[in-house]
Design a binder for this molecule. Sequence first.
Ligand SMILES: [Ca+2]
Ligand SMILES: [Ca+2]
Ligand SMILES: [Ca+2]
Length: 268
Amino acid sequence: MRVLSSLAFLLCASPVAAQVAVLHTEVNPANGHTYMLLDESNWTDAEAEAVNLGGHLVTMNDLAENTWVFNTFGNWNGVPRDLWMGFHDEVVEGSFEWTSGQAVTYTNWALFQPDNNTGTDPNGEQYVHMYGFGSQYGPGEWNDVFDANPGSAPWSFGYYGVVEVEGPSLALTGTCPGPVTFDLTGASPFAPVAVITGSNLGSFAIPAGFTCAGTVIGVTNPTIRTFVSADVNGDVSLSLTLPPGACGVLAVQMVDFTACNASNLLPL
Ligand SMILES: [Ca+2]
Ligand SMILES: [Ca+2]
Ligand SMILES: [Ca+2]
């Protein structure tokens, strides 16, 4: 028990706070992942903060994700921003990889990029960002740049990290209002997991005083239908009959109350 306590202390104490503030949080309904817009910083500090937050700078898996990130954060609060992603060629010049370790399945380079320009930093450019709304270059397209601190790139709107935290994955079989089977994978082992329905899509932060306070889920007006426990692998399979009024109206999501992660959202 003492060993466990010491380990827990070390695990809690080990992350180094990069201290880049979170400006805004949203859940992407398409994949249930939580995204956070960070304040302006260089890429290195943004990635360190992303790790502190339980994820990495965003991995763009496809065009849909690129479009969603651009529309959600590229002009958030009426401020155009260039957005850091987790893409870099720090290890091997010209060989770009994701900090999440995921395979490269999609790129969206702007014209003549990446060019590893040595005009500002003689070491060239190792860090990739997306151009924001109204950019004179290619809005939503990508460029490699040096590890730019705030104010060091006058041609830019300023570089702001976008963090992606991946949650568990939910699939439904069956037709509402008949029994619907909820299959969840990727939750924490033995986690208490809630089935939550909501009246419309949005962003709802679990209020202070509740378990996982501050976790953002993707339905508004949430109702917890039931709690179940994940198995040793972090999987859940559950059959549930929902009221007819929910069918075609509500969306459903599952929340892992150990990791405080929400799954993707699905319509009922
Ligand atoms: Ca992604
Ligand atoms: Ca480079
Ligand atoms: Ca470049």
